[in-house]
Design a protein around this ligand. Structure first.
Ligand code: MN
Length: 243
């Protein structure tokens, strides 16, 4: 069977929302994505058997279609839609670090990033997977009785991306996502590198790398954690909170 990939921009007939396009693509057994643009038009990438691709394109009016490379998607998904909350909490503990948390299926999947996130695509930051947190913890800022302290360094919504549906992408160890924060914006990737030694208390600590993807939001050479140290909730710094 001949597989084909197209990139299409155009107007949806009737309902402009991407959901009907996504449903139709899934019915047709196609893979790829659809995104609503700010002007109300749709952009979509569809790959699969030629006849089904043609059938999906025909659901759009005034569509401009061009051949695209087959990217190997394993799903058809809506892009540009927020999948949940993200937060980065700067945490003074035994070792100072930043906790990146992404909302997945009702919990905040969490990684401790010793040096914090970067907007420089040339920088790979170690991210150690830690236990899930509750959504209620996202707004927590203050001192712990144990002596540590936390500020909400950044927060917002995020989109799930990549070729593999979530949360399977996380289980497989490669997850692509787009952050819509006040400081962190654009595409990022988390790549699992290895599991550390098992610990009786916390289980195995999987190690990942957090990398900014190359896009319009990338800032080569920048150091966002040094340039923007203040809490997005209160304007306080961690040092100020501890003083
Ligand atoms: Mn922490």
């Amino acid at each position: 069977m001949v597989e084909r990939a197209v990139r299409v921009s155009g107007q949806a007939r009737g309902d402009h929302a991407p959901e009907p396009i996504c449903r139709r693509a899934l019915e047709l057994g196609l893979r790829g994505w659809v995104r609503a643009r700010e002007d109300g038009s749709l952009e979509l990438h569809a790959e699969g058997p030629e006849a089904q691709v043609v059938a999906l394109v025909e659901t759009l009016s005034s569509a401009q279609t061009r051949q695209a490379r087959i990217e190997g998607h394993e799903q058809f998904a809506i892009r540009g839609a927020v999948a949940g909350a993200f937060v980065v909490q700067e945490h003074a503990a035994t070792a100072h670090h930043y906790d990146l948390r992404l909302e997945v299926d009702g919990v905040m999947r969490s990684w401790a990033v010793p040096k914090g996130p970067s907007l420089d695509p040339g920088v790979k930051r170690l991210a150690v997977q830690v236990e899930d947190h509750s959504l209620e913890h996202n707004d927590f800022e203050g001192r712990y009785d144990s002596g540590g302290a936390v500020i909400v360094w950044d927060r917002g919504g995020y989109e799930q991306g990549g070729l593999v549906p979530w949360p399977e992408a996380l289980e497989r160890g490669h997850a692509v996502f787009v952050l819509h924060g006040e400081k962190l914006r654009g595409g990022f990737a988390l790549q699992r590198t290895r599991g550390g030694p098992p610990r009786a208390s916390a289980g195995p600590k999987f190690q990942w790398l957090l990398v900014k993807r190359r896009d319009d939001e990338a800032r080569p050479g920048s150091d966002i954690v040094a340039q923007e140290p203040h809490s997005v909730l209160s304007g306080r710094t961690l040092a100020g909170l501890l003083a």
